[in-house]
Design a protein around this ligand. Structure first.
Ligand SMILES: [Zn+2]
Length: 268
């Protein structure tokens, strides 16, 4: 994929800060970007007044260093700049830049939330040789958070099982998904989530592919499986609705950036 080829991850940079660095500053989960339609990742020169002294180095995108940091929500933005939630920026930022912004968000968020040791409470330091923060008092190390989740396309004949969550846009349904429990395999998580959310049993899950999903820090593990037994009984505490759909009678589907859509496009 182009997005992968253009980007080289790295822990630190070999040169001093440059005006043409790409600087990704976040306020909560929103990225600071210029207003207007021609949207690109900001340069250090453009955001000079806002860039904190200490940033997290993400890597290099098309030869430009990428730095990231969280900044205070009260910071006044210069005229012509706004902060926008990352997810809807898909399609407005070039794909490779949007993917790097998702990576940067997860690193900035991890760095911001691991400043103190979870064991003894001392201030932690960033390590130079791996992506970690270490405690000088007790040597505990904190690594970027990453939560595995499964997402699965379940079919029965020419029908596909889709569910609707109350926070989806109107009319949209998606493949079922859920987090992998501690101590659980991904395949077991697929079976459990389908049983819990839809009340049915499925065949052995087959690997499909994966996607990093920065909302907030998931690694989505995609599977496919077929219905084996049971009638659909939606878990209405988690979802508004779960039902079988044919290709001729599909609801609104998830946006193209998502692995949910890739799973469905491969079936369509
Ligand atoms: Zn400690």
């Amino acid at each position: 994929m182009l997005a992968v080829m253009l980007f080289e991850p790295a822990l630190s940079r070999s040169d001093d800060p440059l005006d043409e660095d790409r600087v990704l500053l976040f306020v909560g989960n929103a990225l600071i970007v210029a207003t207007g339609d021609d949207m690109r990742l900001p340069t250090r020169a453009a955001l000079a007044a806002l860039v904190p002294a200490e940033t997290v180095h993400v890597g290099a995108l098309a030869g430009h260093s990428v730095e990231t940091a969280h900044i205070d929500a009260a910071t006044q933005l210069p005229s012509g700049w706004v902060h926008e939630p990352l997810r809807p920026l898909h399609g407005r930022l070039p794909d490779a830049e949007w993917a790097v912004a998702g990576r940067a968000f997860q690193l900035a968020e991890w760095d911001r939330t691991h400043r103190f040791c979870g064991v003894c409470g001392a201030s932690t330091d960033r390590l130079a040789d791996e992506r970690a923060r270490a405690c000088p008092q007790c040597a505990h190390r904190g690594y970027p958070r990453h939560s595995p989740a499964v997402i699965m396309r379940i079919t029965r004949g020419d029908e596909v099982l889709l569910g609707r969550s109350s926070h989806f846009p109107p009319g949209m349904y998606s493949t079922l998904a859920g987090f992998v429990d501690v101590g659980e395999s991904a395949e077991a998580a697929v079976r459990r989530e389908v049983r819990e959310e839809a009340g049915i049993e499925i065949t052995e899950p087959q690997w499909f592919g994966s996607q990093s999903w920065a909302f907030p820090h998931s690694l989505m593990l995609g599977f496919t499986a077929e219905w084996a037994s049971g009638e659909v009984v939606p878990d209405l505490t988690e979802l508004e609705d779960v039902q079988w759909f044919t290709r001729e009678r599909l609801p609104v589907l998830p946006p193209p950036a998502s692995i949910a859509r890739r799973l469905l496009d491969a079936w369509l």
